[in-house]
Design a protein around this ligand. Structure first.
Ligand code: IFM
Length: 488
């Protein structure tokens, strides 16, 4: 499974109905592979106000699932089903960060970082997703925010990082339009209590991943495999985002409000069928990237998705509610997706291997910083050039149940090369204002459990010891100098 990039198996299983190839008509020119992977910026200096941070998510770190009135989320239920998590683990303790948030903050402050992107658990604030607020849940985040501010760290809160309250799932989850309205109520509850100190909000994290892997492929919570859910899920998540942004801004006028997308260039496999493969990669691009970018920045959906959105899913006024001016777009980038046409698959879309000789990461994906540059260029040229934050980028150790690699030169190299792409994008005119490494601590990597480790800091789950890796020291030096070192 490869949820941070579109997986081979995922692509093969995807069935978009007749609309999947409609993207061909859109002329999505940004999707073909470029020859080189490296960017060579003129300057290696980041500006003084560039935001350096780390990112995390509540479910992957907090543990304490039954503490202080928290209600269950879809992931609480899904992770405990036999065979779901590869190492048989779960997130009931995770990095113990509900209890140890002050230690997390100390590590962030110790690295001299400017910001911490964390997520708020909806079911801590509203245990059933709606109705009565659980003040103790909000108290926790209030204390966390205060701990950050006391150390000069700016809190960036994601409101939804895939952990829908199970009670809302029982009522239909994202298929149910009402979930979007409940999300806006939740956003209101958060800003009402925390908005005097918490100024940066990210409405959704990687909605594409949650929609596809949770509702079509069944590899993420809520574990559904129903292509018919895709249209309503995509639209109601977009609607939820728009309504939540409105609720936040109605709550206070001094906030910075954005959302985070998992952007991936979709590249056709080459060879004699390159033209046909392009049709397939355009179809995936429509679902993975443009189903979220277009509504937010243009108030429309890609033509390729029209079929799945028919039958009254989109109501009058919805597109206006979704089209919001954002203070920033959060971009999560890990790798490009390679795609080919497969006439035997209902979607006509199938996975393709990265080009011969491509350098692969632990997930078998192409390490290609030019893909980040490419997506930032698409955002700049086609979506009005909004301010951008890289809200996630990083890489995993080779999968293992064993201890983390502390001398993680491969991670330093990965980040350095992607930061070169950020510098190059800035030089091209993209206002990228910050970079959040995924992630602070090795944590619960969804259905990969603890076998995949993305942290700057290792976490020993038996002793609780947190051990900074070489990449932590490297990132600390970078945040201090703001000058990107050359290759070691
Ligand atoms: O751990 C995930 C995170 O939850 C969302 N983006 C990708 C990360 C690494 O796979």
């Amino acid at each position: 499974m490869d949820h941070q990039g579109v997986s081979r198996r995922g692509l093969a299983a995807m069935a978009l109905g007749g609309g999947a190839l409609g993207g061909a008509a859109l002329g999505l020119s940004g999707c073909e592979a470029k020859p080189g992977t490296e960017l060579h910026p003129k300057s290696r200096q980041f500006p003084k106000d560039f935001v350096w941070g780390v990112a995390s998510a509540a479910f992957q770190t907090e543990g304490a699932q039954n503490v202080d009135g928290r209600g269950p989320s879809v992931w609480d239920v899904f992770e405990k089903k036999p065979g779901i998590v590869v190492d048989g683990s779960d997130a009931t303790v995770a990095t113990d960060s509900y209890r140890r948030y002050a230690d997390d903050v100390d590590l962030i402050a110790g690295a001299g970082l400017d910001a911490y992107r964390f997520s708020i658990s909806w079911s801590r604030v509203l245990p059933t997703g709606e109705g009565a607020i659980n003040p103790v849940g909000l108290d926790h985040y209030s204390k966390m925010v205060d701990a950050m501010l006391a150390k000069g760290i700016a809190p960036y809160a994601t409101l939804f990082h895939w952990d829908l309250p199970q009670a809302l799932q029982d009522k239909g989850g994202w298929k149910n339009r009402d979930t979007a309205l409940r999300f806006a109520d939740y956003a209101h509850a958060v800003v009402d209590r925390l908005g005097d100190r918490l100024k940066h909000y990210i409405a959704l994290n990687e909605a594409a991943v949650h929609a596809v892997f949770g509702h079509v492929l069944g590899e993420h919570a809520p574990g559904l495999k129903d292509i018919g859910l895709l249209g309503p899920t995509v639209h109601h998540m977009n609607l939820a985002q728009g309504l939540a942004m409105q609720a936040l801004r109605a709550g206070r006028g001094d906030l910075s409000v954005g959302t985070t997308m998992a952007l991936q260039p979709c590249r056709p496999a080459g060879g004699g069928l390159a033209f046909w493969n392009r049709l397939a990669s355009d179809g995936l691009d429509a679902l993975w990237n443009r189903a979220w970018l277009d509504p937010l920045f243009k108030g429309t959906y890609p033509k390729a998705l029209e079929d799945m959105l028919k039958d009254g899913v989109v109501r009058d006024g919805d597109m206006a509610a979704i089209r919001q001016k954002v203070d920033f777009l959060g971009v999560n980038y890990y790798a490009p997706a390679y795609v080919r046409l497969d006439l035997s698959s209902p979607s006509k879309i199938a996975p393709a291997t990265p080009p011969k000789g491509a350098e692969l990461d632990a997930f078998g994906r192409h390490i290609d910083p030019s893909g980040l540059f490419q997506m930032l260029e698409i955002v700049r040229r086609e979506y009005g050039n909004p301010p951008v934050l890289i809200t996630e980028n990083g890489c995993s150790d080779p999968f293992s149940k064993g201890p983390a690699v502390i001398e993680d030169g491969f991670r330093i190299d990965y980040m350095r090369r992607h930061l070169e792409a950020v510098l190059a994008a800035r030089e091209a005119g993209s206002p990228v204002g910050g970079y959040f490494c995924w992630t602070l601590l090795d944590n619960f990597e969804w259905n990969l459990g603890y076998t995949s480790k993305f942290g700057l800091v290792a976490h020993d789950r038996v002793t609780g010891v947190r051990a900074p890796k070489a990449s932590y020291e490297w990132f600390k030096a970078l945040a201090a100098s703001r000058a990107l070192p050359a290759k070691l």
